[in-house]
Design a binder for this molecule. Sequence first.
Ligand code: 5GP
Ligand code: MG
Ligand code: MG
Length: 185
Amino acid sequence: MDRAHVESDLDLEQTLYTEDQIRDRLREMAVRIESDYAGREILLVGVLKGAVMVMADLARAIDRHVEMDWMAISSYGSGTKSSGVVRILKDLDTDIAGRDVLIVEDIIDTGLTLSWLVANLRSRGPASVEIATLLRKPDALQMEVDVKYVGFDIPNAFVVGYGLDYSERYRNLRCIGTLAEHVYT
Ligand code: 5GP
Ligand code: MG
Ligand code: MG
């Protein structure tokens, strides 16, 4: 299919990862996940809305039974950085006591939201809580929680696509990229 004329593609300055690169990397992550969780059934927990694409593709790349559940949280912050003060907008439907929980994220920047989420989920008595993220920014390396599965470490730039938005747009891009100047101005 010729996708050269997709409207939102015109707003990209640079493509960081193509659809194929994302798919290949998720498959590599899935292979590790399959072997790390051999004999255990994973509960994938996606964080809305950014993680929808990662969840859909990572879950399908894992060739084993998995369950999926979702949380929506909002973090209060000034401007583009989160503060770590979090409110649950939609909680899990699943009781995670005794379960092996794998949080699925699109991107970790400061990691403040995620640190809060990990602590919140651990307090519910799961067997384990790990994190898989497609993207990780440099500030996340200072986080106290470790991120077991990382797709790509990226520089400190604002990226969109593949679930990631700018003012709720661009989530439907198949690739991940940076926005052109004219979009912000
Ligand atoms: P953290 O608590 O790790 O600082 O914030 C993570 C959240 O901030 C992500 O789930 C995402 O919603 C948003 N975010 C951080 N960096 C980016 C980025 O480069 N692009 C987009 N679209 N969202 C980002
Ligand atoms: Mg997210
Ligand atoms: Mg956003």
